[in-house]
Ligand binder design. Structure first.
Ligand code: DC
Length: 231
C-alpha cells in the first residue's frame, strides 16, 4: 500500500498558509484541506440566523441542524458547502472572518469539526492548514510547519488580496483587524494558536510568494523524502 503523509501548517491569518499549502499540495499530489473554510462556513450559518456574537448556546443548537462539508472541483480546488449550497465565495468577507473567529473560540464548534478534519486526513496524503492542526487535529503529523510574518506584512498582503476582490479597506483598518484576530485566536481557551512541539517555524515576511512556496517545499522534500509529481 502507498505510504500516506500528513503535513500540518499552522500560523496566524495572512501568513500565506492557504496559498502556500495549496501550491505544495499540487506539487506532490496531496489533498489540500483549508480548515479555516469550515469555521467560516459555521460562521456564515450563525450570521444567516442572526445569532448574537459569543452566544455559544445558540451556536450549539445550530450545529446539529446544519450540514457543513468540503468537496473538490474537477480542477482540484476545495469548495465549502453549507446544507449543500456552495458557499466558497460567500465565506470570504470581513464580516464572516469576524464570525469565524467568534465561533472558532467555542469548544462545541471545535469538537463538532474535529472528526471531520481527521476523517479527511485519513483518506489520502494531506496538507492541512489552520491554527491547531499540529497541536490538536493531527498531533502525529509527519511534518508540522508554523508559518508566520509580522502583522504589518500580513496586513499589507491581506489589503491587496481584498482589493483584488473589490473590497477596499485602508491599511490601518486591515492591520487593526489582523491584530484583533491574532489576539482573539491566540488568547482563547479552546485550542489557541500555538507553535506545535517539533514544528519548523518559518517567517515568510521577507520572502516573495514563490520563495515561500519553494522554502516550504524544500522542508517537505527533506523531511518526507517526496518528490514533485508536477510543476
Ligand atoms: O484561516 P482563516 O482566516 O480562514 O480562519 C478563519 C478563522 O477560523 C480564524 O479566526 C481562525 C479560525 N480557525 C481556527 O480556529 N482553527 C483552524 N484550524 C482554522 C481556522
Amino acid at each position: 500500500m502507498e505510504r500516506r503523509y500528513s503535513v500540518a501548517i499552522d500560523g496566524p491569518s495572512g501568513a500565506g498558509k492557504s496559498t502556500i499549502a495549496r501550491a505544495a499540495s499540487q506539487r506532490y499530489g496531496f489533498l489540500y484541506v483549508d480548515t479555516g473554510a469550515i469555521y467560516r462556513t459555521v460562521g456564515l450559518a450563525a450570521e444567516r440566523r442572526g445569532l448574537a456574537f459569543g452566544d455559544e448556546a445558540a451556536v450549539g443548537e445550530l450545529l446539529p441542524e446544519i450540514e457543513v462539508s468540503l468537496g473538490y472541483g474537477e480542477d482540484g480546488v476545495q469548495r465549502a458547502y453549507l446544507d449543500g449550497e456552495d458557499v466558497s465565495e460567500r465565506i470570504r468577507t470581513p464580516q464572516i472572518s469576524r464570525r469565524a473567529s467568534d465561533v472558532s473560540a467555542m469548544p462545541a464548534v471545535r469538537a463538532y469539526l474535529l472528526g471531520m478534519q481527521r476523517a479527511l486526513a485519513s483518506e489520502r496524503s494531506v496538507i492541512m492548514d489552520g491554527r491547531d492542526i499540529g497541536t490538536v487535529v493531527l498531533p502525529d503529523a509527519d511534518l508540522k510547519i508554523f508559518l508566520t510574518a509580522s502583522a504589518e506584512c500580513r496586513a499589507l498582503r491581506r489589503q491587496r488580496e481584498l482589493a483584488g476582490r473589490g473590497v477596499d479597506l485602508s491599511f490601518e483598518e486591515v492591520l487593526r483587524e489582523i491584530k484583533a484576530r491574532d489576539e482573539h485566536d491566540s488568547s482563547r481557551a479552546a485550542a489557541p494558536l500555538r507553535v506545535a512541539p517539533g514544528a519548523v517555524t518559518m517567517d515568510t515576511g521577507e520572502l516573495s510568494l514563490a520563495e515561500s512556496i519553494d522554502a516550504v517545499c524544500g522542508v517537505i522534500e527533506k523531511k518526507l523524502g517526496v518528490r514533485a509529481c508536477q510543476r
